[in-house]
Design a protein around this ligand. Structure first.
Ligand code: UDX
Length: 431
C-alpha cells in the first residue's frame, strides 16, 4: 500500500528519506522551519550535493508525490506516518541536543486529529522514543490514538540514495503490532532483512554501529603507526586482516582520520549517553583520541619534510570530509588548513564539489580551478580527500608545475613506487 507521509526536518536524512519514499509511490510532505530552505526546494534547488538526489526530487515534485512546506500542521494533516528527522546537534559538552525533537513532538501532538505513527529517524540517545511518547500524550488536543517507533537511518553521504534502496538491514523498533504492520508494509518494496526490536534497542543500534565503525578506523590508524615504526605497509596489513570474514576489509583504510557530521558527533554523544547511564566508555574515548592525533601526525609529516613552513606554498587537494559530497562539517581539511595557517603557509586549494561552501568558510587561502593550478609553484601537495580525479592526475604535467616534487598522501590513494619512479618524493600513511 502507498501512504501519506510527513517527514519533519529536511536536512540530509530527512530530504533523502522523503525523496526516496516519494519515489516508492508514497505521497510525502517534507517539512522544515527554515523558510529559505523550503523556498529553495520549492524552486527545485537542492541545498546539498548528493549524487542522484536532484533528479529524484524534481521527478517526484513534478508527479505530485513530493511536497515542501514550513507548516507542520499542513504537512501532517493527511499523514499516517510521520518521520522525525530533525537535527540533534552536539552541545558544548558533547551531549546530543534533542530539544528540536521535543519541540517537534509537541507541535505534532497539537495538530493530531487522527491516528498517526510517529517514527524517530534522527540519531538519538537511547530512551528518546519514550520521551516522544510522553510529550505527545501531554500535548494532545484531541483524544486520538498514536504509536511511536524508531527506525534509524544508516545512509552514508555520497551514496545516500543507493544506501536507502539497498540497505544492509532495516531496523524497526516498535512497541505495537499496528506500528510494526505499517512499517513492514511501507518498506515492503525494499529487499533487505528487517530486524524487529524494541524501541530502545533500535535507538542504541545506531549509536553502537557508528561507534564501532569509528573504532575500526581508529584501530587501523593505530596499526598504521606501528607500520611506520616497524617498516611494514598498512595497505598489505589491512588486506590481510580484512580477509578474515569475521573482520571484513571495509573501514580499514588508514588515513587522516574520520570526519563528517556523524562519526565525531555520534561518538561524543554515545560517550555522554553511557556516562549518564553510569558507564565510563573508556574504549570510545581512546577511539576519539587516536582520531584527533591522526591530524597532528599528518601535520608533523608536513613539518618534518618542509622544515620551515612559513611563506611556503602548499597545495591542498580535497576539502570535503569524503568524496562525492560537498559537506565540510568536521572535515579534516579544516583542521589541517588551520594548523598550516598558524605556521604562515601560503595555501592553495581545490575540491571538485565543495568550493562554494569552502569559500564562505575558509578565509585567506587561494582557491584554484583545478589540481594543476594548485600545483603551480607548490613546495608540497597534500591529498586530503580521496576524490577519484586525484587518483588519475597527469603526474608528468604536475611534475613540471611544482617547485618541489613532494606529495603527502593523507588517504594512501597513490602508487608510491610509480610516483618515486616519476621523480616524486612520496609520503603516505603507514607505508
Ligand atoms: C556514516 C555511516 O557510515 C552511516 O552509516 C551513518 O548513517 C552516518 O555516518 P558518513 O559520515 O556519510 O556515514 O561517511 P562514511 O563513509 O561512513 O565515512 C565517515 C568518515 O570515515 C569519513 O571521514 C571517511 O573518510 C572516514 N573513513 C571511512 C576512513 O578514514 N577510513 C575508512 O576505512 C572508512
Amino acid at each position: 500500500m502507498k501512504y501519506n507521509i510527513a517527514v519533519v526536518g529536511a536536512g540530509y536524512v530527512g530530504l533523502v528519506t522523503g525523496a526516496c519514499l516519494a519515489e516508492l509511490g508514497n505521497k510525502v510532505f517534507c517539512i522544515d522551519n527554515n523558510s529559505d530552505k523550503i523556498k529553495m526546494l520549492k524552486a527545485l534547488k537542492i541545498p546539498i550535493y548528493e549524487p542522484g538526489l536532484e533528479r529524484l526530487v524534481i521527478k517526484n515534485v513534478k508527479r505530485n508525490k513530493l511536497f515542501f512546506t514550513t507548516n507542520i500542521g499542513e504537512g501532517i494533516k493527511e499523514a499516517t506516518i510521520v518521520f522525525i528527522a530533525v537535527g540533534t546537534p552536539p552541545k558544548e559538552n558533547g551531549e546530543a541536543d534533542v530539544s528540536a525533537i521535543e519541540n517537534v513532538s509537541k507541535i505534532i501532538a497539537q495538530h493530531m486529529t487522527s491516528y498517526k505513527l510517529i517514527v524517530g529517524k534522527s540519531t538519538v540517545p537511547v530512551e528518546t522514543g519514550k520521551w516522544i511518547d510522553r510529550t505527545i500524550k501531554l500535548n494532545l488536543k484531541k483524544d486520538v490514538e498514536f504509536d511511536v517507533a524508531s527506525n534509524p537511518e544508516f545512509l552514508r553521504e555520497g551514496s545516500a540514495i543507493s544506501d536507502f534502496f539497498n540497505p544492509d538491514r532495516i531496523v524497526l523498533g516498535v512497541s505495537s503490532k499496528r506500528a510494526l504492520d505499517l512499517l513492514l508494509d511501507l518498506y515492503k518494496p525494499i529487499k533487505a532483512p528487517k530486524l524487529i526490536t524494541d524501541i530502545a534497542s533500535s535507538e542504541l543500534i545506531k549509536h553502537a554501529s557508528n561507534s564501532f565503525l569509528a573504532l575500526k578506523i581508529s584501530y587501523i590508524n593505530a596499526i598504521a603507526r606501528i607500520c611506520e615504526l616497524s617498516g611494514a605497509d598498512i595497505s598489505q596489513v589491512a588486506d590481510g586482516i580484512g580477509m578474515d570474514k569475521r573482520i571484513g576489509r571495509a573501514f580499514l583504510d588508514a588515513g587522516i582520520g574520520f570526519g563528517g557530521f556523524c562519526f565525531p558527533k555520534d561518538l561524543d554523544a554515545f560517550i555522554k549517553i553511557s556516562e549518564n547511564l553510569g558507564y565510563d566508555f573508556k574504549l570510545l574515548k581512546v577511539v576519539r583520541e587516536i582520531n584527533e592525533k591522526q591530524k597532528e601526525l599528518f601535520f608533523s609529516k608536513i613539518k618534518s619534510s618542509l622544515w620551515n613552513i612559513n611563506s611556503k606554498i602548499i597545495g591542498v587537494l580535497g576539502l570535503s570530509f569524503k568524496p562525492e559530497t560537498d559537506d565540510l562539517r568536521f572535515a579534516p581539511s579544516l583542521s589541517i588548513i588551520e594548523m598550516l595557517k598558524k605556521e604562515g603557509a601560503c595555501i592553495k586549494a581545490y575540491d571538485p564539489k565543495a568550493m562554494e561552501k569552502a569559500k564562505s568558510l575558509i578565509k585567506d587561502i587561494t582557491f584554484c580551478k583545478n589540481a594543476y593550478e594548485v600545483a603551480k609553484e607548490c613546495e608540497c601537495l597534500l591529498i586530503i580527500t580521496e576524490w577519484s580525479e586525484f587518483k588519475n592526475l597527469d603526474f608528468k604535467r604536475l611534475k613540471k608545475l611544482m617547485k618541489r616534487r613532494l606529495i603527502i598522501d593523507g588517504r594512501n590513494i597513490l602508487d608510491k613506487e610509480r610516483l618515486n619512479n616519476l621523480g616524486f618524493e612520496y609520503i603516505g600513511i603507514g607505508r
